[in-house]
Design a protein around this ligand. Structure first.
Ligand SMILES: [Zn+2]
Length: 280
């Protein structure tokens, strides 16, 4: 069938050129219903927060339109584009904090890593704003005075601490730093209750899950009590038992984490049983 949308040469079609193939028809329907769904989600979120005054100018308004069709989709895409530009401006505006960290402008606290590594200058206000735990460490109360000069994060080495601080100031990290420090940052995110960093590390671990790191990810997800990540890692290990269990890494893992080895054995047996039942 000659489709006026996806043909490479629409001009050879006979006017009024309004025939459309099944794939384009389905695609268009799906696109419209997807945008209507997003629209509904955004407007209900917006209604929940109607007490707050929005600082941005791009409150989605197309949900008010009675006409739901391609015109709505186009309007939505344009609004998203405007919103993206506004968010990019906002990110670069907030990014000036990162420069204050890099150039040590008006820093007022030293953060020390473990093992007597060199301390890194930072800002009390920023640390307190990003973590309730840091806020408590920096506060004074009846029992203790506020630390004058320094706080110590003993579980991190200098490089890991630098990456943690960089993330707190900028909300992201270069990929080589993420790959190198994702496990220690994940543990720090859990300990200091930095939820955004936790999410960031979880995403990285899920995306990089493979036979070579599944045991590390299982161990970290157990330390951080992250059940979703733990289930995913455990299922992956069960599906790739041969690669993982016969690796030299598994021996040291099993010695260090006997309870997780028991869980792997049980999950693997259940998997074999389920597959046998399904085959019958
Ligand atoms: Zn088509």
């Amino acid at each position: 069938m000659d489709c006026s949308i996806c043909t490479t040469m629409p001009f050879i079609l006979r006017p009024p050129r309004n025939t459309i193939c099944a794939a384009c028809y389905e695609g268009a329907r799906n696109l419209i219903s997807l945008v209507n769904k997003f629209d509904g989600d955004i407007s209900s979120n917006h209604n929940h927060k109607c007490g707050e005054k929005s600082g941005g100018t791009n409150v989605i308004s197309s949900s008010n339109l009675s006409c739901k069709g391609f015109a709505n989709v186009l309007k939505w895409v344009k609004e998203m584009k405007d919103m993206e530009e506004e968010l990019n401006d906002k990110i670069s505006f907030l990014g000036e904090f990162e420069a204050a960290f890099k150039d040590e402008i008006h820093t007022d606290i030293l953060v020390k890593p473990g093992n007597n590594g060199p301390p890194i200058p930072a800002h009390r206000a920023l640390l307190a704003a990003k973590s309730e735990i840091f806020k408590n460490m920096l506060d004074s109360d009846d029992c203790k005075e506020a630390p004058n000069e320094a706080i110590t994060l003993p579980e991190l080495n200098h490089d890991e601490l630098e990456s943690l601080l960089k993330f707190l100031y900028s909300g992201s990290l270069p990929i080589e730093k993420v790959e190198k420090h994702v496990y220690s940052l994940s543990v720090a995110a859990d300990k200091y209750e930095i939820h955004f960093l936790q999410k960031f590390c979880d995403r990285q671990m899920l995306n990089s899950l493979s036979s070579s790191n599944a045991l590390d990810i299982l161990e970290i997800s157990d330390v951080c009590s992250n059940l979703t990540l733990k289930d995913t890692a455990l299922n992956f290990i069960v599906r790739n038992m041969e690669d993982i269990v016969f690796s030299s890494k598994f021996e040291s893992f099993a010695l260090k984490n006997p309870h997780l080895s028991v869980q792997i054995t049980r999950a693997s047996l259940m998997d074999i049983k389920n597959r046998r039942n399904n085959a019958m």
